[in-house]
Design a protein around this ligand. Structure first.
Ligand code: GAP
Length: 462
């Protein structure tokens, strides 16, 4: 089972402290969200899992953390200033502003307003998605000399550091650079909770390859990501591939394959249930060329007179100099978190006919690994023992102590937030120095000695 719709996750998130509406006490700020105590743990665990998998477990990736605000020339030569836009239309009837490429059409091929159903829409015009800001103590907010942008993707910070990383790490092709960081887009129609927001986080790899190896390695990355996504506990039946058509490809891409997740299972039409979790693009040698000082256009003019570097690569084995091709797997932290929560969502009916929510998160991702619960909170020896056990677990895993309800209620609370293990300290524990470990997914219980508890849990959390 997985969540029947995103709304179920929205209410669980608010109720239990995963995600809250941002600026809520001032009426919110259109589609902005804050990550609460459990949400920040889950997001951090996803990012840690990705970094371990991408950077530590492979031998061919280096990490990077580049600036959010870059020299404006980066966005000029990357093509974002001229092409990073969505087709904006206005509904003349309800005044809604909409993205034309996301609208349905009627039988005559006319676009339908998703707000009021009218087809009385303006012609589309490009709306650039980059957030603008100014640098320094400028005299006017629109001073073009001070204009800068918040990055709409982390990728460009990687391209412009290609030579720095190559020279300092002494890498040979193929190799990659990984980065996790915030990106900003002034989306025309943000929405669907954390699926599309104006501020979000990306985990991107730019993988530099010889042009003749690009197809094989593109496929390898696709296969690798499908495996990593499954390792997050996301079931294969909620994942599918989508090959972008020529008119959907970004200006830099020769081929992009998206991995889609079933974010909208409640929709009647099967093909409308899916949307993009991530994309894996073949960006060709576009990026390293456009940021280099040497390449010339057909008339012999430098395409980038502002760059001071040449980002080509010299292959000592073949004595060739060329601009590497780039394979770019790019995935959003927030969309991953949403898919992970939706897929982990399960309901189970108790013997008494009550419905319980169980968030069957992969143990590695669970915000809290173990909850230590005293069976009698009015018995000081039991409370002391439970607190001591929690303290002993704490350095190696996130553990909590909770005595704020009856045991049934405490179990239910931990199930709902995905805690894999509840540890109950009872009267017998004082005699046999053992505790009851309850498993979230099966509700089965085992008696484990306190001395072996840490190792027992660590084995099952790995
Ligand atoms: N560097 C390539 C790039 O940025 P993209 O398809 O525009 O490609 C990559 O974005 C990923 O970033 C998406 O697959 C998605 O997971 C995430 N993403 C993009 N826009 C987003 C938004 N407005 N809100 C949340 N996540 C977003």
């Amino acid at each position: 089972m997985s969540a029947p719709n995103i709304e179920t996750i929205v209410s669980l998130s608010k109720r239990r402290g995963f995600v809250f509406p941002a600026s809520d006490i001032y009426g919110g700020l259109g589609s902005s969200w804050d990550y609460g105590p459990l949400g920040v743990e889950l997001a951090n665990n996803i990012k840690r899992s990705w970094w371990n998998w991408a950077v530590y477990e492979r031998d061919d990736i280096e990490g990077l953390d580049s600036s959010i605000i870059l020299n404006r020339s980066v966005w000029k030569y990357s093509g974002h200033e001229t092409t990073f836009s969505d087709p904006l239309v206005d509904c003349r009837d309800c005044k809604a502003r909409l993205r034309q490429d996301k609208l349905d059409t009627d039988d005559a091929g006319k676009f339908i307003c998703s707000n009021c159903g009218s087809t009385n829409l303006t012609a589309p015009r490009p709306f650039n998605l980059m957030f603008r800001t100014t640098i320094g103590a400028v005299s006017a907010d629109d001073d073009p000399a001070a204009l800068a942008y918040l990055r709409p993707e982390t990728a460009q910070g990687i391209f412009i550091n290609f030579k720095n990383v190559l020279d300092t790490s002494r890498r040979k092709l193929p190799f990659g650079i990984a980065q996790i960081g915030k990106a900003f887009r002034n989306e025309v129609t943000p929405g669907n909770f954390i699926f599309r927001t104006r501020e979000f986080e990306q985990m991107e790899i730019e993988y530099f390859v010889r042009p003749d190896e690009v197809q094989r390695l593109h496929q390898e990355w696709l296969d690798a990501y499908l495996e990593w996504i499954k390792s997050l506990g996301i079931s294969a039946e909620n994942i599918k591939l989508y090959e972008q058509s020529a008119d959907e490809l970004a200006h830099y891409s020769e081929r992009t394959v998206d991995i889609l997740y079933r974010y909208f299972p409640e929709r009647e039409q099967e093909e409308k249930q899916w949307d993009e979790l991530m994309g894996i693009a073949n960006r060709t040698d576009y990026d390293l060329r456009v940021h280099s000082k040497k390449p010339e256009d057909a008339e012999g003019k430098r395409i980038n007179p502002d760059s001071t570097e040449d980002l080509s690569y010299f292959d000592p084995q073949t004595n060739e100099r060329f601009y590497p091709y780039i394979i770019e797997p790019s995935i959003g932290v927030n969309r991953t978190l949403l898919a992970v929560m939706m897929d982990a969502y399960t309901e189970r009916t108790t013997d008494k006919g009550e419905t319980r929510v169980i968030l069957k998160l992969a143990p590695d991702l669970a915000p809290i690994k173990a909850a230590v619960l005293p069976l009698a909170k009015n018995k000081p020896e039991i409370v002391e023992m439970a607190r001591r056990i929690k303290k002993n677990l704490q350095p190696s895993m996130r553990a909590v102590y909770d005595d704020t309800g009856g045991i049934g209620k405490l179990y239910a609370r931990q199930d709902e937030i995905g805690t894999p293990f509840c540890i109950t300290v009872d009267h017998e524990s004082l005699e046999d120095n053992a505790v009851t470990v309850r498993h979230r997914d099966t509700w089965e219980q085992e008696r484990i000695s306190v001395d072996s508890l840490r190792g027992y849990l660590a084995d099952r959390l790995a």
